[in-house]
Every structure is written in structure tokens, then in C-alpha cells.
Ligand binder design. Sequence first.
Ligand SMILES: C[S@@+](CC[C@H](N)C(=O)[O-])C[C@H]1O[C@@H](n2cnc3c(N)ncnc32)[C@H](O)[C@@H]1O
Length: 272
Amino acid sequence: MGSADESSLETLIEYVLEKPKYNQINRGLIESIARTELAKGRKPKETRKAVLSKLHQVGTAYFSQKHEYGRWESTLASLPTDIHSTEVKDFCTDVMRAHYSTDERLPILEDLYQTILSTIQPIPSVLDLACGLNPLALPWMPVEEDVQYTGCDIFADMIEFLNTFGAHFGLQTEFRSCNLLNAHFDQHAKVAFLLKTIPCLEQVEKGFAERLLDAIPADYILISYPISSLSGKLKGMQENYTDQFAQLIAGFDWTYERFEFSTELAFLVKKS
Ligand SMILES: C[S@@+](CC[C@H](N)C(=O)[O-])C[C@H]1O[C@@H](n2cnc3c(N)ncnc32)[C@H](O)[C@@H]1O
């Protein structure tokens, strides 16, 4: 990139970061998308629109309700520190309703984690990639009491809330803002979650998922796909995603198991 292009890139990133709807998003992801859109050589107004639209598709579109981190943190402060108490589970359920991905998992929450994870217990460590609000499903996961749970997503305010959540229960949790398209992993985990995220990443960088799977430092990867789209239509997603997964995994010498739930299709891949 020349210096004129670099200055357009900076201007575009700053334009995005000035918008309250997008200003919590990881700068690295904004930059990746801005570079791709600038390279298409369209008019500045169209380029700006395309960047915002892509960020909406991969991130902000998933909020089914306005997130209320301040209110949630105040409620959290008054809750018991036993993560398995009914009050805490009710709170977690309420918060998970604010994100489509966890909201549509609520009816299958217990079944999904028990069915899949009980086959690989004990689970001392989890890496939750592009986690959204899924760490609030921890009370339903059959993991060790002192599990090391690390996770990342693109929203800084969500990450701050998740760190407050983990600290309240004295858990060994660590959440970071990240751009998975450019991530470096420094910690091995027994299982990594890549839940309903591959379609999102592939929207920005086609063919990226294969490299990511290869790089994830875990014995198992739990990969899932949504069975209904954000607009609620089914459109043969189950068959499409089963085919996509088969293609994705074809180049690896790994074994896997397939699990089907009413709102989610999951594959537990054994890497080692
Ligand atoms: C479909 S949601 C899934 C959320 C969560 N894994 C779950 O299943 O509940 C996709 C998530 O990917 C995150 N995301 C999108 N692009 C990302 C990127 N490049 N790096 C990290 N996270 C990303 C979004 O913010 C969103 O939380």
C-alpha cells in the first residue's frame, strides 16, 4: 500500500470507530475489512457503506436485544458466588437471550453440553473462540470445577463484562478482544469451541477456516453451525453445512462425531 492508500485506510478506520454502534469492535478486524473493501476501488461513500455492512453482518447483527452491560454487572454483584445456584442460572439465561446465538441455544443448552462434552471428560481447559455470550453457559457445562476457561470475541465491552462475570465466581477465566482472522494462540486447551462462527469468518475471508482449524492448539474442537438463519428460515442449512464441514475436514487426518440438535448441528473433532 502506498502512503495515500495508508491515509485512506486510517481515515476509514477512524470513520468507523467514531460510530457508537461499531466503536467497541476490534481494530484489527475493522482494518482487515477496510483493506479488502478499499482494494475494490469503489467510491469512498460506497466503500464506507460496505465496511459498516460487513461489520454488522459478522458482529452487531447478532444482538437480539440491546446489551446492558452496566445493568447486568450491577445485578451480578448482588448474586451468590455459587455458579450453579438457581438465581445465577436464571441471570445467565436472561443475559444469553440478548444474543441470537445463545438465545436459540437455550432450549438445548443442557442437552448439547452434556451429550457432547461428557464423552471427553475430564475437561480442565476450554478455549471459546468468537465466544459471544456463550461463557454464561458455564453452569451447564460438565467441566472441572477449576477449569481454565479462555475466550475471545471482537467487542471490547462484551469482553470486559465477561471478565467481570468470571471474577465474580472466582473462576480461572480470561477473555480478550481478538480478530480470529489474525490470531496467535499461546495456550493449549483440552477442547476449543468454534460455535456457529465458521460462516462468519468465511464471509470475510473465504478459505480461512481450514487454516484456523489447523492452528487451534486443542485436543478436540467442537464446531457447530446454526440450523436456522437470522431471518428464521431453514433453507436446507443442515445439508449445506454438513457438506461444508465434510469439505473443510477432508484435508485432515482427524476423526469426528456428528451431533444434531433442534437448533444446532455440531461436530466434535479429535485432533490428536
Ligand atoms: C454466530 S455468533 C456465535 C457466538 C458464540 N460462538 C455462540 O455460538 O454463542 C458469531 C460470533 O463471532 C464473533 N466474530 C465475528 N468475526 C470475528 C472475528 N474475526 N474474530 C473474533 N470473533 C468474531 C461475533 O462477534 C459473534 O459473537
